[in-house]
Write a protein that binds this ligand. Structure first.
Ligand code: G3I
Length: 350
């Protein structure tokens, strides 16, 4: 047994009113970003994760600084635990993130010679992706490569030292290491029409035109209740990206409110439901990940942005997501879309 007790927890009793059951009926994976320490240390965290979600993304465990802190030195333990937990509970695992300018170890930043950085990048991807081939069935390959203004590629050490070709190199290396994994580009602020959304769309179109193996795009969706983009605008963005032939995922969804604001919690639930209603109705979103299991472990703790409170009690937002998934499931049943949908991110399908 691993540190996280990778053993099936007691199945839900009574009618299954979990997000997981509703998502499976709707043909949409419902996942959470997972903190290894919380999973290993809090049985309520593990129980909530196993009951409510059928997908997980390591929140930090496979970021370069965490998993590959020094040349040739790897810390696979936390990632191994998360993958084992996922396998014990029939959950998809999406690796996050192979190439990102944040959470890089100092030794990578010190690689001034382009050739050395390119070799390190390809070795990192090859070692990590091949280790989990067939077990981690999706990867955020490149994260946040477009600048906030949408004027071009973000100035990072990868762009400065390797040129724009670093994106293609990363995707090709990942494909070579696991031909069956879904390979995604992931970014924030591109959920609704605007310069950044246009730039992300153009970048992905150019990569696909150059036969770079990109299978999908993650729209992070770090939002605020009452301030986020209109759901219909996000749905238009989803359709536009799907028209490139890409899978579209809501990859880091959270909706901030002022903690303790009861009215805000109702607005938060409505925002979750409206966004998911709009995005699921496109038929182009087959995976939604909320960026954390409970507010107590959120990177935006003060804004209480998630579906469970710090004591793992369901918030109104849980009901909003459940209603949207059930609404999609009813639509799917009515239009005879096969249960589980034709495009679920199942093992072996991208
Ligand atoms: O692991 C070290 C630990 O050794 C050290 O003792 C401790 C104190 O310095 O820091 C630990 O690293 C922290 C890491 O989380 C793991 O817990 C970093 O300080 C902390 O900055 C890091 O925060 C993460 C953040 O990305 C980093 O930018 C958040 O948990 C994570 O939720 C957040 O997630 C990102 C996505 O990956 C990409 N999209 C945006 C999203 C929000 O920033």
């Amino acid at each position: 047994m691993t540190a996280t007790g990778a053993r099936p927890l007691r199945p839900a009793e009574g009618p299954d009113d979990s997000l997981r059951a509703a998502g499976q009926a709707a043909g949409c994976r419902i996942g959470a970003a997972v903190d290894h320490a919380a999973l290993a240390g809090d049985p309520r965290y593990a129980a909530t994760l196993a009951r409510e979600f059928d997908a997980l993304t390591p929140e930090n465990a496979v970021k370069w600084a965490e998993v590959h802190p020094a040349p040739g030195a790897w810390r696979f333990g936390p990632a191994d635990d998360l993958v084992a937990f996922a396998e014990a509970h029939a959950m998809r695992v999406k690796g996050h993130v192979l190439v990102w300018h944040e959470q890089l170890p100092a030794w990578v930043g010190a690689l001034a010679a382009p050739g050395a950085l390119r070799r390190a990048l390809e070795d990192h991807i090859r070692t990590l992706v091949s280790r989990y081939a067939g077990r981690v069935t999706a990867w955020d390959v490149v994260n946040e490569a477009v600048d906030d203004a949408g004027s071009g590629l973000r100035s990072t050490l990868f762009l400065e030292r390797l040129g724009p070709g670093y994106l293609a190199a990363a995707f090709h290396a990942a494909r070579a290491a696991d031909p069956r994994a879904r390979l995604l580009y992931n970014d924030y602020g591109a959920e609704a029409p605007g310069a950044k959304a246009d730039r992300v769309h153009a970048l992905l179109g150019a990569l696909l035109d150059a036969d770079v193996p990109v299978d999908g795009v993650g729209l992070q969706c770090h939002l605020a209740a009452g301030a986020g983009p209109r759901p219909a605008a996000v749905a238009r963005t989803v359709r536009r990206l799907a028209a490139l032939g890409l899978r579209v995922e809501l990859s880091e969804l959270d909706v901030g409110v002022r903690a303790g604001d009861r009215e805000g919690l109702r607005a938060q639930a409505a925002a979750y439901r409206a966004l998911l209603d709009a995005c699921l109705s496109t038929g182009c979103v087959d995976a939604i990940t909320v960026w954390g299991v409970s507010d107590g472990h959120s990177w935006r703790r003060r804004e209480a942005p998630l579906l469970f409170d710090p004591e793992y009690a369901r918030k109104p937002a849980h009901g909003g997501v459940l209603a949207a998934l059930r609404g999609r499931a009813r639509h799917a049943a009515a239009s005879l879309v096969p249960r589980g949908g034709e495009s679920r991110g199942m093992q072996g399908s991208r």
